[in-house]
Design a protein around this ligand. Structure first.
Ligand code: NAD
Ligand code: DEZ
Length: 373
């Protein structure tokens, strides 16, 4: 079996080497010719899987993307060609939720404004939105949730309409898929009209897809003096982003919110599990077989613990300002894709064991840390 995998997908050889011959490709440069005689194609988000790419795919029986977003895949085409398809729902939910929490604490610190008591609106309450909501409940904030699809399914009675959520929140964070048409389309969900009505002081976080916010319109409202705190991980037209927007953004990163070591590796593992299921073989390999130990393994707490201390602990594991600095200093000389490819290792909160008898231990466990008395 010939397996073609994106060069930025970790642990492919470890998971798949017993199932076939593994070859790597550059996600943005894959050509139709490279798919001749290939049985399995494993991608990340930058490869457009469409009729043009599959024109010469004579043996392809399985396509997997190690991402939750599937806007780069023509799933109808795969269906029509009887090619099995799988994505990796939830693989990076923890990573993105931790990116948002790191951003919230960084803003709270820099604005000298405690997080406690703030109203946070979450738009899109799927894997990421619900993981984030669960973690935020540990932090004494008010939550507003917007997901009309879940609401229609009877799964989110507390759903708040987007415009009401934007008006009532101090911070709004987007976790929707990119949907270009239909009643619930998310393309330019924040268009010029909505952007001009946002209240001064609002924090906007986008770690979903760049096209959810009209970037040109955002630049125009910022240039016209809008007082918004912007945290942007995703951009329209990646990798050729609107660089003029950067000077208006508090924390800017290169689409890495989901790029913890665990988040990316879980995506590979989920594709391995799906292919094993399709081939009727036991999926005996697991992430624990391959992940290295973290640099910081254990932290001991004192007996009294404040919000500032939780922020310090979060930033000990991951401070979003590290990634902001990398983008600002190196975008021009390295380029967007290269910064993503060479992203420094980031681990999840759960890799750190927090010891102590503080009453805050339960909150830290809910945030995702491993705790021990
Ligand atoms: N920046 C990153 O690194 C990164 C990482 C992971 C995912 N993402 C993006 O985030 C998106 C969400 O990820 P997820 O794992 O939570 O996906 P998910 O499919 O589990 O959840 C998406 C949720 O959005 C809801 N939704 C759809 N249209 C909506 C609308 N118009 N208004 C409000 N809610 C709407 C859906 O009902 C669903 O509950 C992905 O599709 C992907 O594009 C980005
Ligand atoms: O949709 C997703 O899961 C994420 O956006 C994903 O992490 C994107 O990153 P990439 O696949 O390009 O590494």
């Amino acid at each position: 079996m010939k397996i073609l995998a994106d060069q930025n997908m970790p642990l492919v050889e470890q998971f798949f080497k017993d199932m076939g011959e593994v070859e790597r490709f550059d996600g943005r440069q894959l050509t139709p010719e490279q798919l001749i005689d290939v049985d399995v194609l494993l991608t990340r988000s930058v490869t457009q899987v469409n009729s043009e790419l599959l024109a010469q795919a004579n043996k392809l029986s399985f396509v997997g993307t190690a991402t939750i977003g599937v806007d780069h895949i023509d799933t109808d085409l795969l269906n029509a060609k009887n090619i099995a398809f799988t994505s990796a729902p939830g693989c990076n939910a923890i990573a993105v939720a931790e990116y948002v929490i790191s951003s919230l604490f960084a803003l709270s610190q820099e604005n000298a404004s405690p997080l406690s008591g703030k109203t946070i609106g979450i738009v899109g309450v799927g894997n990421i939105g619900s993981c984030l909501a669960h973690k935020l409940k540990a932090l004494n904030v008010n939550l507003l949730l917007c997901d009309p699809i879940k609401h229609e399914q009877g799964l989110l009675p507390e759903h708040v309409e987007l415009d009401e959520l934007l008006a009532q929140s101090d911070i709004v964070t987007f976790h929707v898929p990119l949907v270009k048409t239909g009643t619930h389309k998310t393309l330019h969900m924040l268009d010029k009209k909505r952007l001009t009505t946002l209240k001064p002081g609002l924090t906007l976080i986008n770690a979903s897809r760049g096209d959810v916010i009209d970037n040109q319109a955002l630049l125009e409202v910022m240039e016209a003096g809008a007082e918004l705190d912007l945290v942007l991980d995703v951009w329209e037209n990646e990798p050729n982003i609107l660089t003029e927007l950067l000077e208006h953004v508090r924390y800017a990163s290169v689409h890495i919110a989901g790029h913890t070591l665990e988040g990316k590796a879980r995506g590979t593992q989920m594709l391995y599990q799906s292919l094993c299921e399709l081939k009727g073989v036991n999926a005996i390999k697991s992430l624990d077989d391959f992940l290295p130990p973290p640099a910081i393994k254990k932290v001991a707490l004192g007996s009294s613990f404040s919000e500032t201390d939780i922020a310090r602990l979060v930033h000990l594991v991951y401070d979003v300002r590290r990634d902001d600095g990398i983008l600002l200093r190196h975008l021009a000389d390295e380029g967007f894709d290269s910064l993503r490819k060479n992203y420094p290792t980031r681990r999840e909160f759960s890799t750190v064991v927090v010891e102590g008898d503080s009453t805050e231990l339960a909150a830290l466990a809910q945030l995702g840390f491993t705790t021990a008395n």
